[in-house]
Design a protein around this ligand. Structure first.
Ligand SMILES: [Zn+2]
Length: 164
């Protein structure tokens, strides 16, 4: 899944997470969290060490990463009764689901298949454009995500204008 799908759908999911866990984030915080695994992994695997990794899905797309964030959530709950880290873990979990990480077990259950990550195509931008126009899952999730973001943008402005 790409940018609009991740952000729009995660903002929607977060509405019920925050209500249940009892905190409130801004839209920008949720948008940033929804794409954090891509920001982190693409920065490392496609920018900093692109020759070595040649892959934009690394540590932040693994179950190990979710477990580490889960431990941090448990510690923050035990020490100060704050549930935000659980919210972060849930958002990262949905990010991995939306990326269908079970189709990439060498990354998802890393390091079960070895310490390295698989190498991907070097023409990353070309690949993105190709799946955007040819993969229904990708273009439909982008359309749905864009509609959701538009809805929340209009809704939050409407609420501000009308003092609600
Ligand atoms: Zn991702």
């Amino acid at each position: 899944m790409l940018l609009l799908g991740h952000t729009g759908i995660t903002v929607t999911i977060n509405k019920s997470i925050e209500k249940r866990l009892g905190f409130r984030w801004s839209y920008w915080q949720v948008i940033l969290l929804s794409i954090f695994p891509d920001i982190m992994d693409k920065f490392v695997g496609r920018f900093l060490f692109s020759q070595y990794f040649a892959n934009g899905r690394l540590f932040a797309h693994t179950i190990v990463f979710l477990v580490i964030v889960g431990f941090a959530a448990l510690i923050s709950w035990a020490r100060c009764r704050r549930a935000e880290a659980f919210g972060i873990m849930i958002i990262f979990f949905f990010h991995q689901l939306m990326d269908k990480m079970w189709l990439y077990p060498e990354t998802w259950v890393w390091p079960a298949y070895g310490w390295g990550f698989p190498h991907k195509a070097t023409d990353w931008w070309g690949g993105i454009w190709q799946i955007l126009i040819s993969a229904p899952y990708v273009y439909w999730s982008e359309i749905i995500g864009a509609c959701l973001l538009l809805y929340y943008a209009v809704c939050s402005h409407w609420r501000q204008d009308h003092g609600k």
